[in-house]
Design a binder for this molecule. Structure first.
Ligand code: FEO
Length: 169
C-alpha cells in the first residue's frame, strides 16, 4: 500500500468517527426538541458511522498497516431549526462521498485493486446515504410545516431500526 493511500484510509477512520459525533449531536438536538423519532433516526445514523469507521480500522489492520487514531473534532454545524439539521446532513454526506472518491482515485492511480474492491461497498453506501438524506428533506418540505403531519413523520422515523453493515471484513 502506498503512503498516500494509507494516509487517506487512516484519516477516513477519523472522518467517519466525526460523522458519528455529528449525527449524535443532531440526535441530541431533536431529543431536546421532543422529536424522538428524528432523534432515533440520527442515533441510528451515528451507529452506522461508527461501523464505517471500524471497517476502515479493520481493513488497515487486516492489511498489516498501522492505525493511528486522530483527535475527533467538535461538531460545528450551525443549527437554528430542524431543517438546518437535514440540510447539514445532506451537505456532510456529499462531502464524505468526495472523500471516498479521493481515496478511490488514489488507489486507482497505483493499481491498488484490493483497496478499490474494499471501497466499492462505500461507493454504493454513499449513494444510499445521499438518497436517504434527500428523501428526508423532501418529506420535511412536504409535511414539516403542519404539526399533525410532523407528528406522523416523527412516528415514521421512530420505526427505523439499526442493522449491521452488509460488508464484513
Ligand atoms: Fe460513513 Fe454517512 O458516511
Amino acid at each position: 500500500m502506498t503512503e498516500k493511500v494509507h494516509r487517506l484510509l487512516n484519516e477516513q477512520i477519523n472522518k467517519e468517527l466525526y460523522s458519528a459525533y455529528l449525527y449524535l449531536d443532531f440526535s441530541n438536538y431533536f431529543k431536546e426538541k421532543g422529536l424522538d423519532g428524528f432523534a432515533n433516526w440520527y442515533m441510528i445514523q451515528a451507529q452506522e458511522e461508527r461501523d464505517h469507521a471500524m471497517l476502515f480500522y479493520t481493513y488497515l489492520q487486516n492489511e498489516s498497516e498501522k492505525v493511528t487514531l486522530l483527535p475527533v473534532a467538535k461538531p460545528d454545524k450551525e443549527i437554528n431549526a430542524p431543517m438546518d439539521v437535514l440540510l447539514a446532513g445532506l451537505e456532510h454526506e456529499k462531502y464524505v462521498t468526495s472523500l471516498i472518491n479521493d481515496i478511490y482515485a488514489a488507489a486507482y492511480e497505483v493499481r491498488d485493486f484490493r483497496t478499490m474492491q474494499f471501497l466499492d461497498w462505500f461507493v454504493k453506501e454513499q449513494g444510499e446515504e445521499e438518497t436517504n438524506a434527500n428523501d428526508l428533506i423532501t418529506k420535511m418540505e412536504l409535511f414539516g410545516g403542519d404539526p399533525r403531519s410532523l407528528y406522523l413523520l416523527n412516528q415514521e422515523l421512530a420505526a427505523r431500526v439499526y442493522s449491521a453493515p452488509s460488508l464484513v471484513l
